[in-house]
Design a protein around this ligand. Structure first.
Ligand code: AMP
Length: 400
């Protein structure tokens, strides 16, 4: 429980399959006291980088597993920094978790149960929770799910047109991801647009390494592009997004590929990387295209067109549309992506303001279209702050 004499301080842990991001945040002010990450977990020499009071530090780890890395992370938190609670990002909460929860034995069993839907992610998230428990046995821990925000999807949006039993018995359906980011960005958009969230209809494009779009009405997700897994939907860094499902059979028949090989190709060798043959990073592709590289240009064109098409498709479920919002590494930093996507959205008549588009990004949220045309915005996401806020809400309600 937070004590009266110091601001509530939350340790946020985001355990990925081969990386861990962490932060120590005071959610009421948004102040980040520590921030860092471990990369290349699973390889021989993972690196731990972190920043305390703007001082950047780095360490090579000798042991390459989540628990050992988390013990190192926890050890570097200054002793005078009293942690009140720990907030964990958990990727898949299935249909069981419709909001963030205080972690109990039942919750752990539930997360374990959802592991079959996210075999690379949920076990890593559980490792993070167990490692934190060994050090902070007496502190409350909260799970914040990527999927929870999308549990408001109506069934016409979340059901696949496959035999009903695949849903009723195995829960194969659209879940959607990036929910923590959407919840944060929607709240910030309401502030920017000076309209209550409950009266707003938005389409938010979260464009990072993974990319998805979400239609948000009155603060609730009503449709989204990712599905049962984060492979569905938009073109991403290395993921194909939507393909004809029959492609799997063609690859098996014509190339003799196993299902594992096919999944690896669609998850790790496709998207911007596969189309360009060069990079999964939009920065590299934009500068290659500027120098006349046609494959880089092709990757960018397909990425932008598919994104615009998905944005327009998602308007189907909305009763009105107040704004389109860009976020994530590409959404915040790539002004050319935003500019080109807008050229496909002619039905909405957005008029890009090039000066505003160049000005806004990771450091500054703001509108990128002219005042007399359709509102398009950039809003930097902050999933760590959102997890810290959720954690604060839960520990406050559980102790009040
Ligand atoms: P995220 O997963 O949100 O950290 O986003 C990572 C992605 O953002 C990278 O793979 C890049 O494609 C993209 N990105 C970051 N900075 C820039 C930039 N200045 N211009 C274009 N794309 C960028």
């Amino acid at each position: 429980m937070p004590s009266a004499h110091h601001p509530t301080t939350i340790l946020v842990i985001n355990c990925g399959s081969s990386s861990i991001k962490f932060a120590v945040i005071q959610p009421q002010t948004g102040i980040e006291l520590v921030i860092g990450q471990v990369d290349r977990l699973g390889e021989t020499h993972p690196t731990l980088t972190w920043k305390i009071n703007t001082k950047q530090q780095q360490l090579t780890l000798s042991r390459s597993n989540h628990t050992a890395a988390l013990q190192k992370i926890i050890a570097l938190i200054p002793e005078d920094l009293e942690i009140d609670a720990i907030g964990h990002r958990v990727v898949h909460g299935g249909e069981q978790f419709t909001q963030s929860v205080l972690i109990t034995d039942d919750v752990l069993a539930g997360i374990e149960h959802c592991s079959s839907l996210a075999p690379l992610h949920n076990p890593a998230n559980l490792a993070g929770i167990h490692a934190a428990t060994t050090v902070f046995a007496d502190k409350p821990q909260v799970a914040v799910f990527d999927t929870a925000f999308h549990q408001t999807l109506p069934r016409r949006a979340f059901m696949y047109a496959i035999p009903y039993e695949w849903y009723s018995q195995d829960r194969f359906r659209r879940y959607g991801f990036h929910g923590t980011s959407y919840a944060y960005v929607a709240t910030e958009a309401a502030k920017k647009l000076s309209k209550p969230l409950g009266e707003l209809s938005l389409i938010i494009a979260h464009l990072g390494n993974g990319c998805s779009v979400c239609a948000v009405e009155a603060g609730r997700s009503i449709d989204t592009s990712m599905g049962l897994s984060p492979l569905e939907g938009l073109v991403m860094g290395t993921r194909s997004g939507d393909v004809d499902p029959a492609l799997h059979a063609f690859l098996a028949t014509h190339k003799g590929w196993t299902l594992d090989r096919i999944m690896q190709a669609l998850n790790q060798e496709s998207g911007l990387l596969g189309l360009s043959g060069q990079s999964n990073d939009m920065r590299t592709l934009v500068s290659a295209a500027e120098q006349g590289n046609d494959r880089a240009q092709l990757a960018i064109e397909v990425f932008n067109y598919r994104l615009a098409k998905s944005i327009m498709a998602l308007t189907t479920g909305l009763s009105q549309l107040d704004a389109i919002v860009f976020t994530g590494g590409i959404g915040e930093n790539s002004s050319s992506t935003r500019a080109e996507v807008l050229t496909y959205l002619t039905l909405l008549q957005p008029t890009l303001d090039p000066e505003r588009n160049a000005q806004h990004g990771t450091q500054s949220a703001g509108r990128i279209t002219s005042d007399d045309s359709f509102p398009c915005l950039v809003i930097p996401t902050n999933e760590e702050l959102m997890i810290a806020r959720e954690t604060l809400t839960l520990i406050s309600t559980s102790t009040s």
